[in-house]
Ligand binder design. Structure first.
Ligand code: IFM
Length: 438
């Protein structure tokens, strides 16, 4: 059973999370093309070559969607602003785009929901991608301009602002593993993106502080990295993955450094003068967002170039994504991050959830159990003294799961992609019973 609201500390924030490209519909409202539109249009990149042109049509159905957030009993809604909607060519403002987010934020407030904004959740304007995207230092400055444009318009009504969602995905997954836009497999591109995405964060925080904006943070994703065996080689492989995935961004933000295990491979490819940016990157933030889904087992892969690691299938039950269900990892990350890096800084679980092969109207007990297990893990971390302030379920709606297209269903609410009809799942109702104020 999902632990009830009353079993969490007073004032704990419960929310649902989404992202612009995954739900809005990028063909509406004067939105420009993003690198996800072009990536998806290239055969072989996305399952069934699906893109976000219509997605869940949230651009037109946002009122109904916010009603669903409210009716579930959530306190907050985590959403993102599409850079290509606000600035279709990356620099010129589209007033229609800003008006949309203005209405959306007012809609949240009218329903008593706290707006948790993420400025960048991956939809880079294609025009900036043409200029090198996150390989190009100039993109960080353009991101500063975008940030200032959004904050000048919405800033007076936001509860919190995150600069970037999951920099590991923006940089490593997209420039080294090639799985997300722009689909590169290039260590030099990856090293530059790994640094520039953090520089963009630093510039954005500085620009927002200049405007007097408060409650600023960043959302990092964490993936428990375990060795596939007790061998020293497999342990070293897991430690390298841990450094790239879990420590690179965290240590830059909290300690103004990059971990040696990751620099070992990346340093020769880093942009000139990167050390001079570390103070800006590691400036004070007000909270940290933690996205957690699963763990991975790693083995040493002899004869391959750095990082010389390979994935090994784990034995635990898996979600529709093929991800092992491992709630202990959430507790471990929360306690480890607070103990080693953030101290008393407020933390939020900004994403946690599972994809399941849901069919309209059928119960989804596995998702209910998944939520219960991860709420329990969060509670154990709180009991251990972690300053955890809230928990956001990913996601409100079934939506566009990037390279996986529309087949992977993470929503508390089922979406029929033919009719775009929304149908709350059993897990939505179970969670709303847990969140009810008695
Ligand atoms: O759908 C994504 C989201 O955009 C970022 N975090 C992970 C989710 C599930 O893969």
């Amino acid at each position: 059973m999902i632990p009830p609201r009353a079993s969490f500390p007073e004032g704990f924030v419960f929310g649902a999370a989404t992202a612009a490209y995954q739900i809005e519909g990028s063909s509406f409202g004067g939105c420009g093309p993003s690198h996800w539109d072009t990536f998806a249009a290239t055969p072989g990149n996305v399952v069934r070559a699906e893109g976000g042109a219509v997605a869940c049509d949230h651009y037109h159905r946002w009122r109904e969607d916010l009603d669903l957030v409210r009716a579930a009993g959530f306190d907050a809604y985590r959403f993102s602003t599409s850079w290509s909607r606000v600035m279709p060519d990356g620099v010129t403002i589209n007033p229609e785009g800003l008006d949309f987010y203005d209405r959306l934020v007012d809609g949240m407030l009218a329903r008593g929901l706290q707006p948790f904004l993420t400025l960048y959740h991956w939809d880079l304007p294609a025009a900036l991608s043409d200029l090198g995207g996150w390989r190009n230092r100039d993109t960080c400055l353009r991101f500063g301009d975008f940030t200032e444009t959004v904050i000048r318009r919405l800033g007076d009504r936001l509860a919190t602002v995150a600069t970037i969602n999951e920099p590991w995905c923006v940089a490593w997954l997209s420039h080294f593993l090639g799985a997300h836009a722009p689909g590169l497999r290039d260590i030099r591109a990856a090293a530059r993106a790994m640094h520039h995405i953090l520089l963009a964060h630093g510039i954005a925080v500085e620009r927002m502080r200049g405007l007097g904006q408060t409650d600023l943070g960043i959302v990092l994703n964490f993936d428990h990295a375990a060795p596939a065996s007790d061998s020293a080689e497999d342990k070293a492989a897991a430690a390298t993955q841990d450094a790239i995935f879990n420590r690179w961004f965290l240590e830059a933000i909290c300690h103004r450094r990059y971990p040696a295990e990751a620099l070992a491979g990346l340093e020769p490819h880093m942009p000139a003068g990167w050390r001079d940016d570390m103070a800006l990157i590691g400036q004070k933030i007000d909270w940290l967002g933690i996205n957690y889904y699963t763990r991975h087992l790693y083995r040493h892969a002899p004869g391959t170039a750095w990082p010389s690691c390979a994935d090994v299938a784990g034995p635990l039950p898996k979600t529709q994504m093929g991800w092992e269900i491992y709630p202990e990892g959430l507790e471990q990350f929360l306690t480890r991050i607070a103990r080693d890096h953030t101290g008393d800084l407020p933390l939020y679980v900004t994403e946690n959830g599972m994809a399941n092969d849901d069919h309209a109207g059928q119960p989804d007990p596995v998702r209910e159990d998944f939520i219960a297990a991860h709420f329990n893990a969060a509670q154990r971390a709180i009991a251990a003294g972690v300053n955890l302030r809230g928990f956001f379920y990913w996601s409100l709606l079934d939506n566009y799961e990037w390279a996986e297209g529309y087949q992977k269903r993470f929503g508390l609410v089922h979406v029929d992609y033919e009719t775009l009809e929304r149908l709350p799942k059993a897990s939505y109702h179970a969670l709303s019973r847990a969140l009810a104020r008695n």
